[in-house]
Design a protein around this ligand. Sequence first.
Ligand code: SAM
Length: 224
Amino acid sequence: MTGLSAFKRFYDEQVVPRAIDKVLGSKPLGKLRQRALAEVEGEVLEIGFGSGTNLPHYPDAITRIIAVEPSPVGRRLARRRLDATSIPVDFVGLVGESIPLDDASVDNAVSTWTLCSVQDVARVVAEVRRVLRPGGRLFFLEHGLSDDPRLADRQHRRNAMQQRLAGGCQLIHRHDELLRDAGFEPVECATFVIAGPKTMSQMYAGTARKPSGSATPAASAAGE
Ligand SMILES: C[S@@+](CC[C@H](N)C(=O)[O-])C[C@H]1O[C@@H](n2cnc3c(N)ncnc32)[C@H](O)[C@@H]1O
């Protein structure tokens, strides 16, 4: 391993999860989390659990959280929030691209500022749809592509650098379109702008429902 790649690995594995814990654990973002999670209930799959920053904001109607998180440092930083909650949390698998759960096995799912960071976002949303029960919803709160064409242009130009500096985070997703393309219906999505770095200031927040009576794409393809 060269010095540069060793540094990059240290940066990605040790520095980024700690920076995320600090920045995304802030009070103003806590208010957005509270709003986004207000109606979540039952057994919930959380993609990109990170350091457990959503835990204090889940409503009482949650019975269990099934957490997917690849970063060992993130999972370690979650310890104090896990100790402070009465919600049972079980970690399964490592990445949203491959979730070791049965089809149609969870009530609802949550993603907060995670779909920007996964390697294959189309595969992750397809996996989330697969494991949701028909009628179950993905509650999402994400940053993404701006509605302002000039800012959107800047986001496209900065995207590669952002990915290198921020653990693979992309600036250019239109989350409502991604979710509709994956077969969620309806997708109810509000966009709004928050204070902070302009290229990360447009939020996409809402819910995406797995249609009732829908088969998984694999089952459909097999003619079931
Ligand atoms: C920007 S952080 C957000 C953390 C947390 N969701 C929050 O709201 O504070 C993105 C998280 O996604 C995780 N992540 C990265 N790639 C992932 C993948 N392929 N599947 C699931 N999670 C992933 C990262 O380790 C990190 O914890």
